[in-house]
Design a binder for this molecule. Structure first.
Ligand code: GUN
Ligand code: FE
Length: 423
């Protein structure tokens, strides 16, 4: 039993007053890794089983674990590589780094580092790119299994327009993905995502193979990049002259749908927005990366108007931090440049239940609904002298969340709890 201030969401706070709950003196009862009760401490205390361990944490804040809907674990070592935009950044920094992951030992070392860092930055679930090497994904899932974390990942499919040493073929990518799916998909808390890097690095035949996988297996995710950078978009039009727009390339290969997650989706035409909505496809919004790589500004208003599922992604190594607090701040700042500023409450929603909805996991994680998996964070609003000074001056919850989002970083994440276990 955890007694502390508790915040979680029942829905999108912008769409209704009743869509979030905050208990100043709250209680979270966890049994065998699942949420047994959540509410005012007084009420939850009445349901306490005998010999229940009690932890009292006044002055802290318990929130659901953060969900990173787009991140590349093999790119830790290219974070903060300055001076270039997307296509040159891939050539100069990213491809050489990803080549190292054909070494299973190296992949294991980095997967362990990545997942430990996810936890210390407050991320308990993520949708993750591996590299083209299947061993990169085996290493990742092994490490996630060891930590009992809910994770989705996939092998990059990439058969052209990258260095030879990183290319697969339509057939080999199909077979390698198939084997990984058999080994890892829906095993415990792990799921598989079919992951062509982006349209420029896949032939039409490879995208067709990706679609075949989606048809042949149940509940697979589809994960790729979309409309991130103007030069990239022009290139896609040149490579796929029969497509009406970038999203149409994926559409023509049967790759849109409720379990499809498109990272970035910055420069979309009206037709794309409509197709995104019609197919209930999701967007991973990566504002930190979009700023760092100079890619552009995501249109939050449009996504909201079209009622499209949006989660937040750090997109490390294009992104500059693994911490969703930092991504929330970037999202807030980008939204400030538009007519539709998102609130701190909305930002916390996007990083928790919003992410879970994007991944269709809201019946398992993302809030403290009874029966959900107990992945949550203990935040310390007084983690540094300046934060303590500043948060003491806040009068409302909204104000406190604003300070945590804008001034906070991994030092605020005091504990990350996975399936009820401290990590
Ligand atoms: N587009 C294709 N590959 C990548 C990648 O690794 N990172 C980002 N940000 N965009 C991409
Ligand atoms: Fe990315």
């Amino acid at each position: 039993f955890w007694r502390a201030p508790v915040l979680h969401f029942l829905g999108d706070p912008e769409q209704g007053e009743q869509n979030w709950e905050y208990f100043d003196d709250g209680g979270l009862l966890v049994e065998s890794g699942f949420i047994k009760a959540c509410g005012p401490a007084e009420t939850v205390l009445k349901q306490l089983p005998e010999d229940c361990e009690v932890r009292e944490l006044p002055g802290k804040l318990i929130v659901p674990g953060f969900i990173d809907t787009h991140v590349h674990y093999p790119q830790l070592e290219v974070m903060a590589g300055c001076g270039v935009q997307l296509l040159d950044w891939l050539e100069q920094y990213t491809f050489p780094a990803e080549a190292k992951f054909s070494d299973a030992e190296y992949a294991k070392e980095i997967a362990e580092l990545f997942l430990d860092q996810c936890l210390s930055h407050g991320t308990t679930t993520a949708l993750v790119f591996g590299t083209v090497a299947p061993q990169s994904v085996d290493a990742f899932f092994e490490a996630a299994k060891k930590r009992n974390m809910r994770m989705i990942a996939g092998k990059v499919m990439m058969d052209r327009n990258a260095p030879d040493y990183l290319l697969d073929t339509p057939e080999s990518s199909y077979e390698d993905s198939e084997q990984l799916i058999d080994r890892w998909h829906n095993k415990g808390r792990l799921s598989y995502a079919v992951t062509p890097r982006f349209a420029p690095t896949s032939s039409s035949r490879q995208l067709y193979m990706a679609g075949r996988l989606l048809k042949e297996y149940k509940d697979l995710y589809f994960h790729t990049h979309l409309s991130e950078n103007p030069r990239e978009i022009e290139w896609v039009q040149a490579l796929f002259p029969d497509s009406q727009h970038y999203l149409d390339v994926y559409d023509q290969h049967g790759l849109l749908g409720p379990r499809s997650v498109f990272a970035h989706s910055i420069h979309l035409c009206d037709q794309s927005w409509d197709r995104m909505a019609e197919t209930d496809s999701s967007i991973a919004c990566c504002p930190g990366s979009n700023l760092f790589l100079g890619s552009g500004l995501f249109n939050f208003s449009k996504a909201k108007k079209k009622n499209i599922r949006v989660g937040l992604g750090t997109d490390v190594g294009g992104g500059t931090s693994l911490c969703l607090l930092s991504t929330m701040k970037d999202a807030y700042q980008v939204s400030q440049l538009s007519e539709n500023t998102i609130s701190p409450l909305q930002a916390f929603y996007l990083a928790t239940l919003g992410g879970a909805r994007t991944l269709h996991l809201d019946d398992r994680i993302g809030n403290f609904q009874v029966g959900n998996e107990a992945d949550f964070l203990v935040l310390n609003p007084e983690a540094t002298p300046l934060l303590k000074f500043r948060t003491e001056k806040t009068k409302t919850l909204e104000e406190l969340l604003g300070v945590l989002m804008v001034m906070g970083d991994d030092r605020v994440i005091e504990k990350a709890i996975v399936m009820g276990q401290e990590t």
